[in-house]
Write a protein that binds this ligand. Structure first.
Ligand SMILES: C[S@@+](CC[C@H](N)C(=O)[O-])C[C@H]1O[C@@H](n2cnc3c(N)ncnc32)[C@H](O)[C@@H]1O
Length: 229
């Protein structure tokens, strides 16, 4: 598959939550909104978390919605190990199942009221990129919803560098290390696939979602709510 386990290795996984602090103000807003968008799910909803990482999304939602159950899938055993410890600490293990792998490794007979795919899709290159939305759609019940948040942008657009400048300033403020914009752009190009936001809307519709509403943008992080017919 796309091989990101070299990034999400043991060392990185252990410090992932601490380093995510730099995005705290943006992610608090994203999480508050997605909790709101999911408010009408059934009381005993089943939620699939794709690229669950260290389980931040599970912990936040599980506290708000005490009867929901969660399945987290992730190819990185190291991220899942941190996630499992955190769920245990929070007393949530009995409401959660963790699967090492990709969406296709989630048992086919399992269907979900909602799926979250937060900060994952930008790691997926062409031609698999549309496939992840398709595989998620296959696991949703009718009228189920997907919330996807990803780093996006049209790198060919002259305005992109303006956004990137603020993104780099945010990283610099956190690390206290000056970063060169062209170096950051080269890194983004090398490890991630940023799509222009409208293209993600197209891919979501091609995967069979009836609507794909953008509901959030904070610098380069964009998010959509997509509903299965
Ligand atoms: C930046 S982390 C996001 C973790 C968590 N969703 C969050 O918002 O904190 C990205 C995660 O996606 C996982 N990942 C990478 N490629 C994936 C794929 N094709 N399918 C599912 N997960 C993937 C990585 O192992 C990593 O744990």
């Amino acid at each position: 598959m796309n091989g990101t386990n070299d990034i999400f290795n043991a060392e990185f996984s252990r410090q992932y939550d601490a380093s995510s602090e730099r995005l705290k103000d943006m992610s608090n807003n994203l999480h508050a909104l997605l909790s709101l968008l999911l408010r009408d799910l059934p009381a005993e909803a089943k939620v699939l978390c794709v690229g669950v990482g260290t389980g931040t999304e599970i912990v936040r939602l599980a506290k708000l919605y005490p009867e929901w159950r969660f399945t987290g899938v992730d190819p990185s055993p190291d991220m899942l190990a941190v996630c499992a410890e955190k769920l245990e600490r929070e007393g949530l293990s009995d409401r959660c199942t963790l699967i090492e792998g990709h969406v296709v490794d989630v048992p086919e007979q399992e269907t979900f009221d909602a799926a979250l795919c937060l900060l994952v899709a930008h790691f997926i290159q062409h031609p698999q990129r549309g496939g992840i939305y398709q595989h998620i759609a296959d696991r949703l019940k009718p009228a189920g919803q997907l919330i996807t948040a990803e780093i996006a942008g049209d790198m060919a657009d002259p305005d992109f560098d303006g956004q990137l400048k603020h993104w780099v300033a945010l990283q610099q403020a956190y690390t206290q290390r000056p970063r060169d914009i062209s170096e950051v752009k080269a890194e983004l190009n090398q490890r991630l696939l940023l799509l222009p936001p409208r293209q993600t809307g197209v891919l979501l519709r091609e995967a069979g979602f009836a609507s794909a509403q953008p509901f959030f943008q904070s610098l380069l992080i964009h998010a959509w709510q997509a509903i299965k017919p």
